[in-house]
Design a protein around this ligand. Structure first.
Ligand SMILES: CC(C)(COP(=O)(O)OP(=O)(O)OC[C@H]1O[C@@H](n2cnc3c(N)ncnc32)[C@H](O)[C@@H]1OP(=O)(O)O)[C@@H](O)C(=O)NCCC(=O)NCCS
Length: 168
């Protein structure tokens, strides 16, 4: 299974072999938090969806112990040379730098391996934790889409954050 590392964490590619771990994370409301939807359908439906997706998912693991910490992903923008990224850390593991490290590993991978020109991340305007991580990674808020997200009956304003990798 392919993986990318830094000092503290490793990002392990999700395949059919470890897909249940991703399903466990992505279908738990408490883990995905208040600003993104959880996956609400059975595992077999998720497996089918996963087989068609263009999104590249990783399990975030502690590099030393192998403990599951969360998940991260990148998705190519279909027309241009830019990518969207995101990460989710299990609540009990937050506040230890794992979210920041996950973003940094994804950025480095997209920059070096995929030679991308721009990376973006979209998050709810109230998601202070994610916004703090994005600012630390050098992203700038480029605008807000009013009521563009909906979780249950609650509308969310979504902020688009961009990081320019190559200017020319
Ligand atoms: C967003 C998320 C991934 C951050 O992960 P984390 O592991 O808790 O964050 P980190 O510990 O790496 O924090 C990184 C830095 O941001 C700072 N930070 C985090 N939350 C902050 C906040 N609310 N206000 C100010 N600074 C904050 C930390 O202090 C830390 O700074 P430091 O390196 O100087 O100490 C995590 O909160 C999460 O999984 N949230 C739910 C899922 C989610 O909303 N994901 C984003 C989807 S768009």
């Amino acid at each position: 299974m392919s993986q990318v590392n830094n000092k503290k964490i490793k990002l392990v590619s999700v395949t059919n072999r470890n897909l249940k771990d991703l399903y466990f994370l992505i279908s738990d409301k408490k883990i995905v938090g208040n600003f993104q939807p959880h996956y609400g359908r059975p595992f077999l439906a998720f497996k089918h969806k996963f087989s068609k997706t263009k999104v590249k998912y990783y399990l975030v693991k502690n590099k030393m112990s192998g403990e599951l910490l969360g998940y991260a992903y990148w998705a190519p923008e279909p027309r241009f040379n830019s990518f969207e990224i995101g990460a989710t850390i299990i609540p009990s593991q937050r506040g230890q730098g794992y979210g920041l490290h996950s973003h940094q590993v994804l950025i480095s991978l997209l920059e070096k391996k995929y030679k991308c020109d721009r990376i973006q991340a979209i998050t709810a305007s109230q998601n202070a934790n994610e916004i703090a991580v994005l600012n630390k990674c050098g992203f700038l808020c480029e605008g807000t889409l009013s009521k563009a997200g909906k979780i249950g009956n609650r509308f969310l304003d979504l902020c688009i954050f961009g990081k320019i990798i190559r200017k020319k």
